[in-house]
Write a protein that binds this ligand. Sequence first.
Ligand SMILES: NC(=O)CC[C@H](N)C(=O)O
Length: 228
Amino acid sequence: MKFGVIVFPGSNCDDDTVGVIQSLGHEAIKLWHKDTDLQGCDFLIVPGGFSYGDYLRSGAIARFSPIMEHVIEFAKNGGYLMGICNGFQVLVEAHLLPGVLLRNNSQKFISKNIFLKAATNNALLTQELDLNKAYKVPIAHAEGRYFADEATLASLQANDQILFYYCDEAGQVTDAANPNGSLLNIAGICNEGRNVFGLMPHPERAADPDLNNTDGLEIMKQLVLQLV
Ligand SMILES: NC(=O)CC[C@H](N)C(=O)O
């Protein structure tokens, strides 16, 4: 598997993402946002950060970078694509995933560990995750409040497109465990075709035994299992 991690001006999780993929024994290269050649990558990841300084809205400018036309075509042809945090925001802005990410209800940038649980095993990103486990993973965002209209939420539920919920340490999906006011505690989703994924928490930042937390590695590992 060859992974391509797309770098915009202001991305800051590209190295972490490349490093985790390499630690899993797969090739990972960086693709600059002005590139127009995806270099034969099988899986694209849009990493976290502050693309274009979050001007206008997080992800709103990156969505128009030259590479995005090719990323959109890649995804429309069924290619695997994942956005983490700012990457999720970029994919929503590009209309590759439904809904929007609004400013946190606290109006503050939040950087802390949270717990999340997988809602389904019916997606490449969650295929072998333990549905009863609360995974401890950091968040670091100002615009992470997932919002969609009622019809979109209903179709996400009907199509099993909600992949992760914010929960407490015991795995309960409660209001108190919702760090940013996301509707239904949604932390991650996929598209209808189940080849495009977006999540606000940062699994790539919890993937190194030296950091005392490898819950994120369990999530990143799903990308290379290829069982679905
Ligand atoms: N960690 C990130 O990717 C941050 C995303 C975005 N800059 C925000 O603050 O919402």
